[in-house]
Design a protein around this ligand. Structure first.
Ligand code: KIV
Ligand code: ZN
Length: 358
């Protein structure tokens, strides 16, 4: 039987963090409403303790969402968790997402603590968050570079403390798909209480591997994918959710039998809203949402498409919200495309005319 894959959007938190200019409350609200219409399951609306503005926009978005679950981020610190709960309390249901770094380099050089203290702080944070909601996500920041025995201990302790989702971020986009697959499998096979929580992944794109890593994790059993629209986010960005979703739809079966709740026809519209509000333009050739993603230029390709769309398209552009396939007339176009364009304009040519005039 098909298993549910949850889509967690962090455009308003990890995505916004990377913008040269922050989003206004009105822009954040517009993005949140578009995300809800797209069908994402969880919306990370912000980091309430970070500023008054973030707190207020988390609060107002939480009060209007109807279907998507609003979520706020907090470090594993009491004040952060309390601020999250305060900002989210207007919502019928909400998620608190608390995190602490677990890799040796972060524990030693950033937090300057030992791992056992980190473990305690993570557990205390989850317990505190559970006093406010029964939907608590715990993230092991820099999980991709965390020694596997530490990762297993942290995940097990967080679940025992009440985490209902455990997130395994590849914070610095360092892992490879095979490695990331093995990390998720190892957790599934070695953490005794793993069945009590959803395994989530959160991949950054520093080596351009975020989509491949997220898909490898789903194949290994992760059942929540976190990312952003258009892949905006810290440094080289977060995984682009539209790419993960369309890979799963187009190559169903390659990654396990999973079903998401996304209305793919909303993808292009959502991408445009995020690009406009964030000022982060989408590159023309970007998969799924780039202007050129469904445009065919060479004569051979145009001829193929006109005979049968699937010769050069693995997805129907209309399935993600584009209009029809585009055949721009370029110096590489052949007779087939010119004839087809003339027909659209009302000039039907005979075979003779096609041969002699085009
Ligand atoms: O990249 C990361 O590790 C994060 C965490 C806060 C989940 O964004
Ligand atoms: Zn991140």
């Amino acid at each position: 039987m098909s298993e549910r894959l949850y889509i967690f959007d962090t455009t308003l938190r990890d995505g916004e963090q990377a913008l040269p200019q922050s989003l206004s409350a009105r822009e954040k609200m517009q993005i949140a409403l578009a995300l809800e219409q797209l069908g994402v399951d969880v919306i990370e609306t912000g980091f309430p303790v970070s500023s008054r503005g973030d707190f207020e926009s988390v609060r107002s978005i939480a009060s209007v969402l109807k279907r998507a679950v609003p979520c706020g981020l907090s470090r594993a610190v009491a004040g952060d968790i309390d601020a999250c709960a305060e900002a989210l309390k207007a919502a019928e249901r909400f998620r608190i997402h608390t995190f602490i770094a677990t890799s040796d380099i972060h524990v030693r050089d950033k937090l300057r603590k030992d791992f056992d203290r980190i473990l305690e702080m993570g557990v205390e944070a989850v317990r505190r968050a559970r006093n406010y909601t029964d939907d608590v996500e715990f993230s092991c920041e820099d999980a991709g570079r965390t020694p596997i025995d530490h990762l297993c201990r942290m995940v097990e302790a967080a679940i025992d403390a009440g985490a209902t989702t455990v997130n395994i971020p590849d914070t610095v986009g360092y892992t490879t798909p095979d490695e990331f697959y093995r990390i998720i499998r190892h957790l599934k096979e070695n953490v005794p209480n793993i069945g009590k929580a959803v395994i989530s992944v959160h991949c950054h794109n520093d080596l351009g591997l975020a989509v491949a890593n997220s898909l490898a994790a789903v194949r290994a059993g992760a059942r929540q994918v976190e990312g952003t629209i258009n892949g905006i986010g810290e440094r080289a960005g977060n995984v682009a959710l539209e790419e993960v979703i369309m890979a799963l739809r187009t190559r169903a079966g390659q990654f396990g039998d999973v079903t998401d709740n996304i209305n793919t026809k909303e993808i292009v519209r959502t991408s445009r809203i995020v690009a406009r509000m964030s000022g982060m333009q989408v590159q023309r050739s970007k998969a799924i949402v780039g202007e050129n993603a469904f445009a065919h230029s060479s004569g051979i390709h145009q001829h193929g498409i006109l005979n049968c769309r699937e010769t050069y398209e693995v997805m129907d552009p209309q399935a993600v919200g584009w209009g029809a396939t585009e055949l721009p007339l370029t110096k590489h176009s052949g007779r087939a495309a010119v004839k087809s364009r003339l027909e659209q304009l009302g000039h039907v040519l005979t075979e003779e005319e096609v041969i002699h005039k085009l």
